[in-house]
Design a protein around this ligand. Structure first.
Ligand code: SF4
Length: 330
């Protein structure tokens, strides 16, 4: 299969990474993502079918996309997800294939997902304190840790732990999480809150900047910036401990260069192409998929999307959440 020329957006950023949300449902209720009572879930017929998603992946590969990540909500809650992931992994031209999960359902399927070709698992873990984990997610920490250990044992090339920084809530967990990740050979990343579901998260009482988190860690462990390391396809900035452990910092709010090398667009579970996480612009693809067997209209939609992709997010410009994080897929 001859490789198509690099796909560029209007600002000449190379776009080769499609993040695909396959469900807006989740078995956890993280305070900053799906606060209790949030129930604006889509009806089943409004959600893209697996074969529709695979059709988009085949078209995306023809256009030049090479990296794909399956997200949710929690993708592993969707029925028959493993055969779907196996089919996606078998799609010619898919060079990198990742999964984002809270790991609570991962342990029983980790080996099979590794065989399906998944090379990167991103796992949300905001605390190692069981009571705090329960308070933040309404779920048990044990099942998440069991999922992380199963991912490590399954031998995924990249197991990454994503910790959302919550001021006054998990600051005392930063160093224990560094040790936890080191013991498992996992790559730890600290992520600033983004106003995707509610703006309250940006309040001075909740928001903790990556710079403060890094300083907190450096009270015990010196960190050195590593400009060479490339552990994935995202905007993380990496540092190393004296032992060489990589620690990433993802600062959508305080990192002013956050969007400069953006290489991704998203497809939501209900069939919208979203060029930027921090902008409400969306393009309807589900109807096109259901109206015609011809892929031309979908190819045109991708080009239209890249022609209008925002140069950066609007999180610093009084961004008002529209759809919840679970509907967009992080
Ligand atoms: S916020 Fe938007 S432009 Fe910035 S990195 Fe994310 S998707 Fe790209």
């Amino acid at each position: 299969m001859t490789s198509p020329p690099p796909l560029l957006d209007w600002s000449k950023r190379r776009i080769d990474y499609l993040r695909i949300s396959i469900t807006d449902r989740c078995n956890e209720r993280c305070l900053y993502c799906m606060p209790q009572g949030l129930k604006d879930w889509k009806e089943h017929d409004k959600i893209l079918k697996y074969e529709e998603i695979l059709r988009v992946v085949r078209i995306a590969v023809r256009l030049g996309f090479r990296k794909f990540r399956v997200t949710g909500g929690e993708p592993l809650v969707r029925k028959d997800v493993v055969p779907f992931l196996e089919a996606l992994g078998n799609t010619p031209g898919v060079e990198s294939f990742g999964l984002s999960t809270n790991a609570t359902l991962l342990a029983p399927v980790a080996d099979r997902l590794r065989k399906a070709g998944i090379d990167s698992v991103n796992i949300s873990l905001d605390t190692l304190d069981p009571d705090e984990y329960k308070r933040i997610t309404l779920k048990d920490l044990e099942s998440a840790v069991a999922g992380i250990d199963a991912a490590v044992a399954a031998g995924f090339p990249r197991v990454k732990i994503n910790t959302v920084l919550l001021k006054g809530q998990n600051e005392d967990q930063l160093l224990p999480l560094v040790r936890f990740a080191r013991e498992r050979g996992a790559v730890l990343r600290f992520i600033e809150l983004m106003p995707l579901t509610t703006t309250e998260v940006l309040g001075p009482g909740n928001f903790l900047a990556i710079g403060h988190a890094r300083k907190r860690i450096e009270t015990e462990i010196p960190l050195e910036r590593d400009r060479e390391v490339q552990l994935g396809h995202g905007p993380a900035v990496y540092y190393r401990t004296p032992e060489g452990q990589p620690i990433g910092f993802i600062g959508a709010l305080t990192d002013l260069h956050f969007c400069e090398t953006c290489n991704k667009i998203r497809m939501t579970a209900d069939g919208k192409i979203r060029p930027c996480l921090g902008n409400h612009m969306e393009f309807e693809i589900k109807q096109l998929l259901r109206e015609s067997d011809s892929d031309e209209a979908i190819v045109a939609l991708f080009h239209e999307t890249l022609g209008l992709k925002p140069i950066e997010h609007e999180f610093r410009d009084n961004y008002q959440p529209g759809r919840s994080m679970t509907a967009i897929g992080g």
